[in-house]
Design a protein around this ligand. Structure first.
Ligand code: MN3
Length: 245
């Protein structure tokens, strides 16, 4: 039970983009006592919404100039929020009309725009004119997983600087391995949405079905619904819901 609770808390921290080492924390704090950090991505009606910036446009001068912050927030973050809402509405319409002709387009739109919204929300909260240093727990985890803060910084900068075209350098935490990890992300998403916890996964690589179904992927994906373990999916759902409480 306590393992499960620890897993839940750790995953929630990842979902919030706030990385800590559960091992480091265990020495100092009961994980169950750690506050859950969940980004606010929606308004009261459930529509995606951008929170006001946690600082004035000019607060990050001279590192990031006021005009850049204003353009970034108003004309990059906010349109992503609007497009995520539009994509969800289009997918709802597709379900109502059973017309999935454009599902690929709108799934891509949703992944791109919602991932943009999530990462920008984390980005703004990751910044402060006051600056700062990692907590003792995070420092310990960084030393453990990267050797030192300087080594983490070197890897993170190399990853960020090496992104082909547009993207992000990301420090994250994977609860199932209890490891901090640096990710290099192209665009915002590559068809993932950050923080989503997988509940049910359908492997559609050809190796998963080709011997029996050859090129008929649709037959395989339909048939697999006869052997899904919904008890397992439901247990994963309950665990995920706990993290947003
Ligand atoms: Mn941006």
């Amino acid at each position: 039970m306590s393992n499960r609770r620890e897993f839940i808390k750790g995953s929630a921290i990842l979902a919030a983009g706030f990385a800590v080492s559960s091992e480091a924390i265990a020495k100092n704090t009961k994980k169950a006592d750690l506050p859950v950090y969940v980004d606010k991505l929606t308004d009261d009606s459930g529509k995606y919404a951008a929170l006001p910036l946690p600082f004035a446009f000019d607060a990050l001068e001279p590192v990031i100039d006021a005009r850049t912050v204003e353009l970034h927030y108003q004309f990059h973050h906010k349109p992503a929020v609007a497009n995520a809402n539009k994509a969800e509405e289009a997918l709802a319409h597709a379900r109502e009309t059973s017309d999935f002709a454009l599902v690929k387009h709108y799934e891509k739109e949703l992944a791109f725009s919602l991932s943009s919204h999530i990462l920008h929300t984390i980005y703004w909260t990751n910044l402060s004119p006051k600056g700062g240093t990692p907590s003792a727990e995070l420092s310990q985890a960084i030393d453990q997983h990267f050797g030192s803060f300087d080594k983490l910084k070197a890897q993170l900068l190399a990853a960020a600087n090496g992104v082909e075209a547009s993207g992000w350098g990301i420090l994250g935490y994977l609860p199932s391995t209890k490891k901090l990890i640096v990710l290099q992300c192209e665009n915002h998403q590559k068809l993932t949405t950050w923080g989503v916890i997988p509940l049910l996964v359908l492997d559609v690589w050809e190796h998963a079905y080709y011997l029996k179904y050859q090129n008929r992927r649709g037959e395989y994906t339909s048939a697999i619904f006869g052997v899904l373990n919904w008890d397992n999916v439901s247990a994963r759902f309950n665990s995920a819901v706990r993290q947003s409480a």
